[in-house]
Structures are given as C-alpha cells and as structure tokens.
Design a protein around this ligand. Structure first.
Ligand SMILES: [Zn+2]
Ligand SMILES: [Zn+2]
Ligand SMILES: [Zn+2]
Length: 420
C-alpha cells in the first residue's frame, strides 16, 4: 500500500504522570519541543505519494450528529435540553441515539414520539448534571453504562469539584460512546475483578498530586487536569503540543485493552514484532526516557516521544490515536465533509469523508480519509491562530501499528452484555 507520510502536523507527545506497575515515578520532563514543517512541504510529499486506494462507499448512517425528533434542532452529544423546543434530552447508549423525551409518570420518561413504548430512567448522575444517558426502566441498575464504571468520584462539597467532574465525565462518556460503537468488551468490577473502573480524584491540599494511570483495569484520573489553566501549565512545562482530558482517557483505556486483547487475547507475539518486547523493565525505561529523551529518529517509529518510552506506552498512545481518528472521521462523515483543495494535483490530497470509521477493516481507508482532513482542519485552525487540531506525524511504522490496533478491536473476545 502506498502510505502517505504527510508531515503537516507538528510532533506530539501525549505524556502523563502515571501510577506505574513499578510505583510512582517523579516526572522529569526533558523532551525537546517539537518542530513543524511548512504546509508546502507537506503538499510536495503528498503529491509525490498519492493515495493508493479510493474510499469505500458509505455503508451505515453516521450517528454523531444528532437532531431533535420534535423540532429538528441539531443537537450536540452532551445536550441535556433542546434549546429550541425545550424537550429534555436523553441518550440511549444501546441505539447510540439522543432522544427528545416526555414525562411518563414518576421518574420515568418516554420518547416524544406517537406510540413510543419504551420507558426510561435517567442515570443517577443526571441529578448532578454530569450525565444525560438513560437506563431502561426495568433495569436493576441506577447508573448508566458509562457511570457504573466509576469507583471513586471527587468530594462534591468542594465548590470547584462538580464542574471539573462534569468535564471529565464529558470526555469519559465520549470515550465509552466509541468503545460501544466498536463493540469492545466493557466489563464492570461486578462482572470481573479486573473489569474497567475509574477513580476520579482530587489531589489533597499540600499533598502529592494524583497520578493519572492504569493498573489492573482501574484508571485513575486527576481532577486537576479538568482545570484549563492547570492542564495548560502542565502541557507547556512538558513541552507538549497536545494535552486534553479526552487524550488522557483514550490513552489509559489503551493500557486496559492491551491486557484484555493483546496479553489475554493471544496476540503477544504479533504485538512484540511491531511494538517491541514489553518485558523490558518499565520503571527504568521511563526513567531513561525522562532523563535522556527519545532517540533522534523516534518519529520514524513512534507517534509521539512518549510512545518511544516503552512498548506499553507505545501501544497506549497508538490506541488513543486510533480512537482520535475513528471519532473525528465519524463526525466529519456526519457533516458530509469533503476536502478538495484548489491547487494543482488537488486530487492527490482530496477526500470525501464517507468512510465508515467504526467498521473499516483496512487502515489504509482510514488514513486516506484522515490525512487530507487533518491538513485542511490544521490549516483552518492556523487561520484562526489556534493550535493544530492534530499536531502529529504519522510515519509508515506508526500507521502499521494503527493497523494492528484496528485489526485487534475487530476481533475482541465475546463481550458481556453492556445494556442490562
Ligand atoms: Zn427540539
Ligand atoms: Zn451516567
Ligand atoms: Zn500510559
């Protein structure tokens, strides 16, 4: 396959402070700040290496763009109320659909459609304004399929905590949406001792910061990262070009699925052939990474400097990128976006974003749609003085690793029922 290597994106590192299997490591960021290449160089590269294949035709209706069934108002995934007709909105995670609702007696709700038969309750966390997802009325669960994975939430007596928790839930719900769309296993701790759980914790005053990380299915998230100023300070202190809550949860879930789909899924040898041997000592690998930085040619092999620290981190970074790409392509598809630059040889970097990102089995289909879209949106962001949407380089080896993740997520072990 003729891979594009478009260097229109600035380099990226999605690093985090982590609780590692080896214990807490002091974070001593020494990475060089990444540079960027001029767009005309990117064009030259694109023209030199045109996409090998055209996109697949549209196969399914994309769902990320929602619409009120009552008044046709376009809605965001996070909306709890239709601003036009005033209907309360709830998200059905099984159908992955946002619905306009009407009261159905007591705490029950039904779709605002003639003959609607299903009855729903809101997730308990809706009372805090941090969730708009629904639970079937006859379910024994009071929390939705996203919130039931929470093990610890922050102390809401602290005034700042509720808004920060809401931001983390917004990222987490978007993560779970994509995992459901990919039909990946999402066992809770009640179903599996090492099922997926989240501790969302605030650092104690004067104490050590909460360390973002994953261990045996438990993802720990630092509430402080939901503060824009605090997160931006960490990003600049570490010389990163990208640091978001969504990036954090997509990275940590990568560690979770490494254990499930690679280690326990019989894929360890295939993993090692692409990512390296994860039996290399993790603590010393990270210490070396923070002390010495990545190898000079790291971008030939890794999607980020942090990915070069250890095969586990390489996989988690690659997994996060796969989710970034799938989610963003789904949204672009829903908006019917096309990229047709008004330049010579435009066909070589044109794209009609009609790939079914959740079901595509060939990473080339995703990348052929993704790179022109990134080039266009990065250029739009620069027109507004904003950082690039996707400040990364995708080398052929990084794309091959994305292909491994894609193949992996489409052959998971039997998933327990999410929607009971
Ligand atoms: Zn409406
Ligand atoms: Zn919920
Ligand atoms: Zn990690």
């Amino acid at each position: 396959m003729g891979w594009l290597w478009l260097r229109f994106c600035r380099l990226f590192a999605n690093r985090e402070q982590e609780v590692t299997r080896a214990g807490k490591l002091a974070y001593n960021e020494t990475q060089k700040k990444a540079g960027s290449l001029m767009p005309d160089e990117a064009l030259a590269r694109a023209i030199a290496s045109p996409p090998a294949q055209k996109l697949r035709p549209r196969k399914t209706i994309s769902m990320k763009l929602f619409q009120c069934q009552v008044c046709s108002q376009p809605l965001f995934f996070e909306n709890a109320l239709c601003e036009k007709c005033g209907h309360r909105l709830g998200f059905d995670p099984k159908a992955r659909q946002l619905m306009a609702l009407e009261p159905a007696g007591g705490d029950l709700w039904q779709e605002a459609q003639p003959g609607a038969a299903s009855r729903w309750r809101f997730c308990t966390n809706a009372t805090q304004g941090v969730c708009n997802w629904l639970v079937p009325h006859d379910s024994a669960q009071t929390l939705c399929v996203s919130c039931r994975h929470n093990r610890m939430i922050p102390d809401l007596a602290e005034p700042q905590h509720l808004e920060r928790w809401r931001r983390i839930e917004s990222a987490k719900h978007r993560l779970i949406y994509t995992l459901l769309a990919l039909d990946l296993p999402l066992p809770t701790r009640a179903q599996d001792a090492k099922g997926l759980a989240f501790d969302i914790l605030a650092s104690a005053q004067g104490g050590p910061p909460v360390m973002t990380g994953h261990e045996d299915g438990l993802v720990t998230l630092n509430l402080g990262e939901a503060d824009d100023g605090e997160r931006e300070k960490r990003r600049t202190d570490m010389g990163e070009t990208y640091r978001t809550l969504l990036g954090h949860v997509r990275h940590e879930i990568g560690h979770f699925y490494w254990e499930r789909l690679v280690r326990d899924g019989g894929r360890i040898e295939a993993f090692r052939s692409l990512f390296g041997d994860e039996r290399a000592d993790y603590a010393s690998a990270l210490q070396r990474h923070y002390a010495q930085g990545p190898a000079p040619d790291w971008q030939m092999h890794y999607v980020s400097t942090y990915a070069s620290a250890h095969p586990w981190e390489d996989f988690a970074e690659t997994f996060a990128h796969y989710l970034h790409i799938v989610d963003t392509l789904e949204t672009a598809n829903a908006f019917g976006l096309e990229v047709h630059p008004r330049i010579r040889a435009a066909a070589d970097i044109s794209s009609q974003i009609d790939v079914d990102a959740h079901h595509a089995r060939d990473i080339g289909h995703l990348i052929d749609a993704w790179l022109p879209l990134c080039f266009a949106v990065n250029s739009l962001n620069r027109s507004m003085g904003q950082p690039d949407l996707y400040p990364f380089v995708l080398s052929p080896q990084a794309i091959a690793k994305l292909g491994f993740v894609q193949e992996l997520v489409h052959r998971p072990p039997q998933a327990p029922e999410h929607f009971a």
